[in-house]
Design a protein around this ligand. Sequence first.
Ligand SMILES: *Cc1c(COP(=O)(O)O)cnc(C)c1O
Length: 216
Amino acid sequence: MSLEEIKSRVASAEQDSGRPVGAVTLIAVSKVQPNERVAQVLEQGHRIFGENKVQEAAGKWPDFSARFQGLDLHLIGPLQTNKARQAMQLFNAIHSVDRPKLAKTLARLAQEIGACPDLFIQVNTGEEEQKAGVLPNEADGFVAECRALDLPVKGLMCIPPVDEESSLHFALLAKIATRNGLDGLSMGMSGDFEKAISLGATHIRVGSAIFGERGS
Ligand SMILES: *Cc1c(COP(=O)(O)O)cnc(C)c1O
């Protein structure tokens, strides 16, 4: 599917759910994709991209940023504290803040650098053992902890379990965000972004539907 098709599906979903066109930020997830494909999407004018590994992003985006102005890069994968500084320098937003140790490291570096990317707190809505994110019943406390550290928390992020109806997870994430006074909702991927938009997503993370299947 092309970028244009995805953009028009996003616009239809915005209209169908009574939301203003442009309410949703489309993050093109470029992880593992060949550089030529990423370049094609850049040449079509798209500037908002997501990567799930700091190392991989550091390998490709400095070159692209020399060629294309106005990039907006989002880290959507787990972040180790020892890569936090590098991540803060590369990315405009981090969607995977998921533990106190990382929050404290980000706060210390933000003080030192004098800037901080927009932050999303990842919530493990499916309570899956292998998945990152704070548990739903720990989310309020962790949001408060991040705010006490003066971190710029913009919203919440989730990755629903593969074998469950994602709408339930999107609705839960939206509920936790509302009760914490947060506007940002990073939810919805290639297979379910329209559902996510109808449930209030502000940021959708779409990879394979834009770029094609990822080789491994
Ligand atoms: C890879 C990835 C996506 C994109 O997945 P697609 O199904 O290819 O759209 C979205 N979010 C996260 C956290 C990812 O790692």
